[in-house]
Design a protein around this ligand. Structure first.
Ligand SMILES: [Zn+2]
Length: 163
């Protein structure tokens, strides 16, 4: 007898524009759009429920020595992709669409766009054509990769110093 494994998701609506999907097999969580977005459109404000001086695996870097825990909290389920569809704009403190996003699409951002050197690096399995493999923050990216992405202001400053 063949057993077909079917991937199922538990879906939980967390805001007017998104729901958290939890894979019943891996327990991994991801955030998915429940409405369409056009490029440049703001999905959400990016707030802080706590400020940290050191990064942890949930924090987002907003300045050289400043890291935040996200508010709204469900934004922490926006996973990394090497071909992201949103950015965390740490100058205007918004989550902004980088391209057209359709209903049901997973929301992803490029972690090194805000993170200089991550607390925990990881092996990326985003499956996109130009997947970078190991993700550890902007400090660890090769030069030819840096030109392909949009970085937060504090990362741009560090990159300029590193030149
Ligand atoms: Zn990747």
């Amino acid at each position: 007898m063949t057993v077909t494994l079917k991937t199922n998701y538990k879906k939980n609506k967390v805001s007017s524009f998104a729901e958290v999907w939890e894979c019943t097999i891996t327990k991994n969580k991801s955030l998915h759009a429940t409405v369409d977005f056009v490029p440049g459109e703001v999905l959400s404000s990016l707030g802080a429920r706590e400020f940290l001086t050191q990064p942890n695996y949930l924090s987002v870097q907003i300045a050289e020595h400043q890291h935040i825990l996200l508010e709204p909290e469900f934004l922490q389920y926006i996973n990394h992709s090497c071909d992201p569809n949103v950015c965390f704009d740490t100058s205007n403190m918004t989550v902004t669409a980088l391209r057209k996003i359709e209903i049901g699409e997973e929301l992803t951002f490029f972690y090194p766009s805000t993170e200089w050197s991550m607390d925990r690096g990881f092996d990326c399995h985003c499956g996109t054509q130009d997947c970078l493999g190991k993700i550890q923050g902007a400090a660890h990216l090769p030069l030819n990769v840096l030109t392909k992405y949009k970085f937060s202001q504090h990362i741009q400053q560090k990159l300029a110093q590193a030149d």
